[in-house]
Ligand binder design. Structure first.
Ligand SMILES: Nc1nc2c(c(=O)[nH]1)N[C@H]1C(S)=C(S)[C@@H](COP(=O)(O)OP(=O)(O)OC[C@H]3O[C@@H](n4cnc5c(=O)[nH]c(N)nc54)[C@H](O)[C@@H]3O)O[C@H]1N2
Ligand SMILES: Nc1nc2c(c(=O)[nH]1)N[C@H]1C(S)=C(S)[C@@H](COP(=O)(O)OP(=O)(O)OC[C@H]3O[C@@H](n4cnc5c(=O)[nH]c(N)nc54)[C@H](O)[C@@H]3O)O[C@H]1N2
Ligand SMILES: [Mo]
Length: 718
């Protein structure tokens, strides 16, 4: 074989082979991972993908999803051109149209609605993708609509809400410096490789690890103590740990005396939760509760790693998380190195230790100058605490009721109706709209119901700004041009701003000028960033002192850390609005609904992540789906399966009072007997059909995805 051919076969980048390496980031997972990519390009095509050694976060590693980048980018489901619906909604009949026609039709439709009903009648939605959100939110507000909403209304925001109620400013776990990590309902070995690496490193230096999880997972396998609770009982566990910490005088008395509000009432309430009571309520043994409380309170500094989803996907989620975060204050671990340390986000919730004007960019108008956001009437605490967005879970109700004003049009960037509880109800609501536009990379089921569908492209086909918590910043360059006639989401947003005729100087200045404007206070420019295709460390990282509250106080109504919430106090009397972090079992549980539990004896827990899937995104990739060939399936404990005569891959029916689905059984020891677990979002077996749309937490509006009741019957042998 000739030399060049051999080099070509091995995909070696040289001038002779014409193969070159371009840098990018993988955003199939979003937003905390963003692993660096080395893309081998030949004749404008990606022929090979590797993790980039230069990226200080991922250091050359990639997970199964990132390794399948080529299947994601070159997928046959990719949308190729803008489309206009010609058949009935859902039929998938479209005709190709030009970008100009598409954007003009959308702009004319939105402006008509604005003139007839007001700008608030158009909602701007983002699915799980993140990079374009600042521009989308500005578009909504600049248009005059308060209704920028996103998937974060079922992810992260309620965790933030709980922390903000307690501390004002959320503090993330300082994984690199902690001596005791309490992982409360997360499984980073499947969901966040960076955190998993930090846990392994921590273990090497002797860090203690406590994990609260109803299942056995790779994370619990590393734990010194695994507290295996029943789903949704986390509040009781936290209060029980507080009982031990307070009564054994392991708490930080200086902090509780000088910097907190409501400690005496909290202390009194906690007395109801002896470890024995804790065991009865949660299923975790009293001795382990005692041991965990002592360990967390004694090994300093200690940090809590929360989840964006598991604890808040409950009808009592915010109260449970308030009880959990109260432990951080109780033990004096708030805003210290190695504890839950407060970092100011620079861009898209990540802290690169630079000052930016992101907030001014995304919030060009004050909320007071716009009509109330979606969900404002039902979720006043959300409006008081969450600055970012409306409560997207209320979108279907708002569309159906037309109250307090009609919603006539929605433009979704990655809208997937199966994300909502009562997914069928969500689809019915979308079908009531006058005008529905969806932007996606792929022709999804939801796109089939849209009036106009716009094709966008993947991270390797565009330029985006990202920050990493380790003080690193990158502005990516396209490794290949956008495929077919697709466009980066930001281009679509800027194009639409233009066609809508918005009088907005930052939109008129263009995408890159906007980013430079955002970055200006940091002194970093895009010109500089472009010289570093793999990104760069922040030249002069901002110093962040510990205990910033000593100078500024807490950003809460009392100016202190609040065991008792003054914000919730305003609404006391409404069911679920108790100022103390009061524990209640999930609304549909044996404890709270014993009659229902007789007919529906299993706990239904959904959406625990699998390493190869990310919501609905990677089902279509051959490599990732081959790692889980019997998918979709539902997890059932082997003992329960034996009792019900169910074998691996038999078809079983899961029913709730709302609906039923049929799906293959996956026998496992990972979950406890009496619990059924199912992944969400699969078109062939959509578990979100089984949830009532109003099965939610009254404080946050989050659905009780992690604990409802169901029954299980065998349908057929495999
Ligand atoms: N591979 C992959 N990674 C992902 C995602 C993905 O889809 N795939 N999604 C991303 C997103 S959007 C999110 S929000 C994060 C979620 O990230 P994680 O929170 O780390 O992941 P989950 O698997 O949702 O939940 C973690 C654990 O919570 C446990 N759990 C379930 N119910 C309860 C409960 O009531 N109490 C307690 N204490 N634990 C409970 C589950 O058993 C599970 O092991 O992952 C992100 N990363
Ligand atoms: N039962 C149950 N339901 C759940 C959960 C659960 O645990 N249980 N978890 C909830 C949580 S925490 C989350 S975060 C949500 C996630 O739910 P979704 O937001 O629905 O998540 P995805 O399927 O990742 O993304 C939606 C769409 O965005 C498209 N997309 C990807 N990248 C881009 C892009 O750059 N631009 C555009 N325009 N589109 C893009 C994808 O192709 C996909 O069609 O699901 C929630 N739903
Ligand atoms: Mo999420």
């Amino acid at each position: 074989m000739k030399d060049v051919q051999r080099l070509l076969k091995k995909k070696i980048p040289t001038p002779e082979t014409g193969i070159e390496i371009r840098k990018s980031i993988c955003t199939i997972c979003d937003p905390r991972t963003q692993c660096g990519l080395d893309l081998y390009i030949k004749d404008g095509k990606i022929i090979k993908v590797e993790g980039s050694e230069e990226n200080p976060y991922s250091k050359g590693t990639l997970c199964s999803k990132g390794a399948a980048t080529r299947q994601y980018v070159y997928n046959e489901d990719r949308l190729k051109t803008p489309l206009k619906r010609t058949g009935p909604r859902g039929a998938g009949k479209f005709e190709q149209i030009s970008w100009n026609e598409a954007l003009e039709t959308i702009a004319a439709g939105f402006n008509d609605i604005k003139n007839e009903c007001g700008p608030e009648s158009v909602a701007f939605y983002s699915g799980y993708a993140k990079y374009f959100r600042p521009y989308l939110k500005r578009l909504a507000h600049s248009f005059g609509s308060p209704n920028y909403i996103s998937e974060s209304s079922v992810c992260y925001q309620a965790t933030a809400l709980s922390q903000k109620l307690v501390f004002g400013r959320p503090g993330g776990p300082d994984l690199a410096n902690t001596n005791c990590l309490l992982v409360w309902s997360s499984n980073p070995f499947y969901t966040n490789p960076g955190d998993a690496r930090a846990i392994l490193k921590g273990k090497e230096r002797g860090m203690k690890l406590i994990v609260v999880d109803p299942r056995e997972t790779p994370t619990t396998a590393h734990a010194d103590i695994h507290l295996q609770v029943r789903p949704g009982t986390d509040g009781a566990l936290a209060l029980s740990m507080a009982y031990v910490i307070i009564n054994e005088k392991l708490y930080d008395q200086d902090f509780t005396s000088n910097h907190t509000y409501g400690f005496e009432e909290y202390k009194e309430y906690v007395q109801l939760f002896t470890p024995e009571k804790g065991e009865e309520l949660t299923g975790a043994p009293a001795d382990k509760i005692r041991a965990a409380a002592r360990m967390y309170a004694s090994f300093k500094p200690a940090a809590i790693l929360p989840s964006a989803s598991s604890v808040v996907h409950h009808t009592n989620g915010v109260q449970n998380y308030r009880a959990i975060f109260s432990l951080v204050g109780l033990t004096g671990n708030y805003d210290i190195i190695g504890g839950n340390y407060v970092k100011t986000p620079s861009f898209l919730h990540r802290a690169a230790f630079i000052r930016t004007r992101e907030h001014e960019f995304v919030q060009p108008k004050s909320w007071d100058d716009m009509p109330p956001r979606i969900g404002a009437d039902r979720f006043p605490v959300w409006v008081d605490v969450i600055d970012e967005e409306g409560q997207a879970m209320q979108l279907p109700y708002h569309i159906r009721s037309g109250e307090p004003y009609p919603i006539k049009a929605v433009i979704g960037f990655g809208l997937n109706y199966r994300m909502w509880p009562d997914s069928k109800g969500m689809l019915d609501s979308l079908n009531k709209l006058d005008f529905f536009v969806n932007v996606d990379i792929f022709m999804t089921e939801t796109c089939k119901y849209a009036d106009i569908v716009l094709p966008t492209c993947t991270s390797v086909e565009l330029s985006e700004l990202r920050c990493y918590d380790l003080g690193y910043i990158i502005y990516t360059q396209p490794a290949i041009p956008p495929l077919y006639d697709s466009r980066p989401a930001a281009d679509i947003i800027y194009g639409l701003a233009n066609k809508l005729g918005l009088d907005d100087s930052l939109f008129k200045a263009g995408y890159e000028a906007g980013i430079d404007w955002i970055l200006e206070p940091s002194g970093i420019t895009l010109t500089e960033l472009k010289k570093h295709p793999s990104g760069m460390f922040t030249p002069k990282p901002q110093q962040l002192p510990e205990k910033k509250y000593l100078k500024t106080g807490f950003k809460t109504p009392s100016g202190k850390m609040e065991f008792k919430s003054k914000i919730i106090e305003k609404y006391e009397g409404r069911p679920g609005f108790e100022a103390l972090p009061v524990y209640k079992p999930p609304k549909f549980s044996k404890e709270a609904a014993p009659e229902l539990a007789k007919e529906y004896p299993f706990i239904l827990n959904t959406g625990s992540r699998l390493p190869m899937f990310i919501h609905t995104r990677t089902y279509r990739l051959t490599w990732t789906s081959s790692l889980r060939p019997n998918f979709p399936s539902v997890d059932i404990n082997s003992e329960d399966a034996l009792r019900l005569g169910i074998k691996q891959d038999d078809v079983i029916r899961i029913s709730t009072p709302k609906d039923a689905i049929e799906v293959k059984a996956n026998l496992t020891q990972m979950i406890q007997p009496g619990i059924i677990h199912m992944y969400h979002g699969h078109p062939n077996a959509d578990v979100n059909l089984l949830f009532e749309g109003d099965y939610f937490d009254p404080l946050s509006g989050y659905p009780g995805f992690k604990a409802a009741l169901c029954k299980v019957e065998k349908v057929s042998e495999r």
